[in-house]
Design a protein around this ligand. Sequence first.
Ligand code: SF4
Length: 423
Amino acid sequence: MPICQTDLPLDWYQEEFRPYAEEYLALGDRTPETVLPWMDGYLRPALRELGGELMLLAHYYMGGEIVKLVERYGGHIADSYALAMQAVRHPEKKIFVESAVHFMAESIALLAADDQSVYITNPKSGCTMEMMAKDFMVRPAIERLRERYGDDLVVVAYMNTSGRVKALAGETGGAVCTSSNAAAVMRWAMRQGSKILFVPDQHLGRNVAARVQIPAAEVVTLPAGHAGGDALEQPDTLASLDAARLILWGSFCGVHTIFEPSHVEYWRSQGCEVIVHPECPREVVELADGAGSTHYLWNRVMDAERGCRFAVATEGHFVRNLREQAAQRGIEVHHMAEIPGRSDGGCGCATMSRNDPPHLVALLDLLRQGKPPELNRVYAGDAVDEISGIRERLPQAERARVSRFARRALERMIEVTEAASSG
Ligand code: SF4
């Protein structure tokens, strides 16, 4: 088992973390035999000191070894919905240390109580889909759409957005959703207003539209980034929006858009069941045998009979972990883009993988010493520059406002999800 990110350049580490990174890089081969004792030397004392107040968290998409390392030290691995709920579900925990991307850590912070604090191991870990839908890009579009459609407009923000964008959804009476409850939230939104703006993932939006039977002719896609708001200045765009039921923001995930229909056809011809994440393009999802969240993909494979064979289209580290676990049950798993003899292949989420052993070790050791860097502390409403890791923190009153509206949108999602599962 090679430990992930073996040769990161040191400039990926903030100043306080560099001594730890230098020690890590000096470990030579960085195999488990050298890395684990080095980590134990820092993490065991930190875990003893911080005790039952601490919760370590990671997302399924993390570089495989970080997932295993977080589990080794008693942490939890979850999808973005389950991560967001951790502070609420564990009021006895006071310090949450998350190894994943920023919007996930911020979602925990949005729902955390005042006596709970949230830290991210690498503040430069952003989600590229979220980076194309910052609040200053989305807000002008929402304002323009509200001018035109008033309360008929309902904003649905995918979990992969900042707290500020979730707050925009909350302010306009909208909701947050995840890939597992997006259809339920979309049906709810259809009952609230005649026009829905779905931010930021165009592919998830298109796939959910098909599931809730919004015709493709009633779906319009705005460009991502600043161009989204600019497009609303064009008379032609406005005319097409008047006829639309669903307006999609044009962001996408580079990890999930590598998949093609030819991948589905290849693996089906090899006798595999093909299951995909709904952030994949519509034409891929349409052809697949099943589509759903990371939770769905994991359970579909792990609940299958011995001897079953799957091709899975999602993030590469997740598929690798799934393949290892499934093999122990006699189930075969392939990454859908890894086709023998072809040059393309699966890829992992590079930004999530910026959280590596030195980041985890450094943050926990500094927490133990009572001097965690402010750069790693995550508050609701923080806007992060993913190049420098520097965050713009809102004044207290503004942070409280963002928290209130973002929570409203998150709580609406929880109500809708619970009502749908009990109904
Ligand atoms: S896999 Fe894609 S959507 Fe998920 S965090 Fe990475 S960039 Fe964002």
